[in-house]
Design a protein around this ligand. Structure first.
Ligand SMILES: [Mn+2]
Length: 294
């Protein structure tokens, strides 16, 4: 199989990308474009924060390369790739079009992907769990009703903020400046998202939002985070047999290989299901969060 440049493309059954942040200066557009041109896939999931509408609104920035990324994605859709856009908080306006299809691109707020091996994975951006992560102590005390309530509050609060022209308030963004709590935040986020997957009775979950690429097993749930194209430059892929792999795009030219003809190559970070490390109970992690941590 060859790509638009006529060079050999790597085929994956599915590719998931999240947190590209087109329209934001920090977007690694050159690397992403090289990655997109090097792969072919049957399904392409865009797992939120693809176009950073809030950033564009605040500080207009849209170089040609960002157009080229959109064109490359549209090109894939035109030639048969099933593209599913799962909006995030930076492109939450697209949530108004949940369930619609624009040409070959479907919009879905959350969707279940069935892998080649029959396993079902919830695909969701993850900002929906910000209030849950923040209020994990309340959930521990009050149980699943509090969880439902908080999920609803998060959605409605940000709907109101949007109507008022205020940007989404992101816990992930807020926590970035609080390094000492960042690790605890991440593990609570992972626990909250996995809890939702368990509740829905699916085998795993694929999300983004916290810009931390990961494949881990939390109880019986496989938690996958696509990472981002601001710092990590990572993508989650599914092979023909249904196994999952996290790819980390390394710009080999930039790190001094020196050969201008060298192609950029994805380097696997964590391989397949067999290589997962296990962590203890989803709920235990939620329970130990103290309310003053966020
Ligand atoms: Mn996000």
């Amino acid at each position: 199989m060859s790509n638009q440049n006529g060079t050999a493309a790597q085929f994956y059954r599915t590719v998931w990308l999240s947190d590209i942040h087109l329209g934001f200066r920090g977007c690694s557009a050159t690397s992403l474009l090289a990655f997109l041109r090097s792969v072919e896939c049957e399904y392409l999931y865009l797992v939120g924060d693809i176009i950073d509408i809030w950033s564009v609104r605040e500080r207009p920035f849209w170089p040609q390369e960002h157009n080229n990324i959109l064109r490359t994605i549209l090109g894939k859709a035109k030639y048969g790739t099933k593209v599913i856009y799962v909006p995030g908080n930076h492109d939450e306006m697209l949530r108004d079009y949940n369930g619609m299809a624009f040409g070959n691109i479907r919009i879905a707020d959350r969707i279940v992907h069935r892998k080649a091996d029959g396993k079902r994975f919830l695909v969701i951006h993850g900002d929906q769990f910000d209030s849950v992560v923040r209020s994990s102590r309340a959930i521990a005390l009050l149980g699943s009703h509090a969880y439902d309530l908080l999920l609803g509050i998060n959605t409605r609060l940000n709907l109101v903020r949007r109507k008022l022209g205020l940007p989404y308030w992101s816990l992930a963004g807020a926590i970035k400046h609080k390094v000492k709590n960042a690790m605890r935040y991440i593990s609570n986020f992972e626990a909250a998202v996995s809890f939702e997957a368990a509740r829905l009775g699916v085998d795993g979950v694929i999300c983004g939002h916290i810009h931390r690429p990961q494949i881990i097993s939390l109880n019986d749930i496989t938690y996958c985070n696509c990472g981002d194209w601001v710092e990590s430059n990572s993508a989650l892929v599914e092979h023909d047999d249904g196994s999952l792999e996290l790819l980390h795009w390394q710009d080999t030219q930039r790190i001094g290989q020196g050969n201008p003809g060298t192609a950029l190559e994805p380097v696997p970070l964590i391989a397949h299901n067999g290589g997962l490390h296990h962590r203890n109970a989803v709920l235990e992690t939620v329970h130990t969060l103290r309310s003053d941590d966020s």
